[in-house]
Design a binder for this molecule. Structure first.
Ligand SMILES: Cc1ncc(C[n+]2csc(CCOP(=O)(O)OP(=O)(O)O)c2C)c(N)n1
Ligand SMILES: [Mg+2]
Length: 328
């Protein structure tokens, strides 16, 4: 058993609260027309994110997915620069050029994410290879969905990581669906963690709504990776409370009862509140944590709104090749 002190418990709740309020805010701003594009929120998956990220050191790296506003926050990112990025502002973590699905924040070890499902797997495996070759004791963690676990990149990455005993932890966030398709119709196994057997690495399935259960499983995998024991696969069974992307696709593929069940009975923040109370925190202390996060959100919105858009010439910087048209 890993011991978790009060400071860690408090920080876990704070980070989950930051993700929940940040995502609720992005939904509100999107529907109000202040943000635009396809927004895949991680509401409902906070325990999986925070339990995993808090098992890492700040200098360990993490790679996210198309559903990754929450993952950098789980790793400790500032909300104001993240929101400014979603608004396409110059003060954003990627100077307004990344946006919702291409965020990175190296200051907290968030290596990045892309909209290509499964693309993070080889990136995180490559980061782990770099750490091993340089003799660094860092660990690389990769988040991906149940849908991504059937991509070729999943199998290629796990195979290489196992052969080379790379310091990488694969965290499959199984929220039961890939867009509108149920995992039951698309995935050959009930528990994705059993796929680890094919690559001779440990695989475990945990309750993804229980931050402590995730923290414990990922901490064990991180310790193994850092100690030279190679990669692991952790599957977190979770659920996204919102539609695949806000305001985009119809909801007919899941029943209202199912969504209601997860929202009311399996909300990771409500469940963690109970854990805190059992550990001696009182309601007021938890409300105070939420109130402080709300203030942070208000400040982040103000910061993002007030920030300037990038100047037009910024379109020609940060390119692999510079195709800027010549004046003549
Ligand atoms: C290579 C690729 N194929 C298909 C898509 C379209 N697409 C976007 S999200 C998604 C579902 C991914 O499901 P999962 O990996 O379970 O992640 P979740 O959205 O549930 O977090 C698909 C098929 C894509 N973006 N990239
Ligand atoms: Mg999924």
């Amino acid at each position: 058993m890993i011991t978790v002190d009060d400071d860690l418990l408090r920080e876990m709740y704070r980070r989950m609260s930051r993700i929940r309020k940040f995502e609720d805010t992005t939904k509100e701003l999107l529907l109000a027309g202040e943000l635009y594009g396809a927004f895949h929120t991680s509401t409902g998956q906070e325990a999986s994110i925070v339990g995993s990220c808090m098992a890492l050191r700040i200098d360990d790296s993490m790679v996210g997915t198309h559903r990754s506003h929450g993952h950098p926050i789980g790793k400790g990112a500032q909300l104001d620069r993240l929101l400014a990025e979603l608004m396409g502002k110059e003060t954003g973590v990627n100077q307004g050029k990344g946006g919702s699905m291409h965020l990175s924040d190296f200051s907290v070890g968030s290596l990045g994410e892309t909209s290509i499902v499964g693309s993070g797997l080889p990136v995180s495996t490559g980061a782990a290879l770099a750490y091993k070759m340089r003799g660094e004791d860092k660990v690389s963690l990769c988040f991906f969905g149940d849908g991504a676990s059937s991509q070729g990149t999943f199998h290629e990455s796990l195979n290489l990581a196992a052969i080379w005993k790379l310091p990488v932890v694969y965290v499959c966030e199984n929220n039961g669906y890939g867009e509108l398709t149920s995992a039951k119709d698309a995935i050959s196994v009930e528990d994705i963690s059993v796929r680890a057997v094919g690559y001779d690495m440990p695989g475990v399935t945990v309750d993804g709504q229980d931050a402590l259960a995730v923290f414990e499983a990922v901490s064990e995998a991180v310790e193994r990776a850092r100690g030279g024991g190679g990669p692991s696969l952790v599957e977190t069974k979770t659920y996204r409370f919102e539609n695949h992307a806000i305001g985009r696709l119809p909801e007919h593929y899941r029943s209202a009862e199912e969504v209601e069940y997860w929202r009311t009975q399996r909300d990771p923040l409500v469940l963690f509140r109970q854990v805190l109370m059992e550990r001696g925190f009182d309601e007021q202390q938890i409300d105070d944590l939420d109130a402080a996060v709300s203030e942070e959100i208000v400040a982040a919105i103000e910061f993002a709104r007030q920030s300037p858009a990038p100047p037009p010439e910024a379109a020609f910087t940060h390119l692999f090749a510079n195709p800027a048209p010549s004046a003549g």
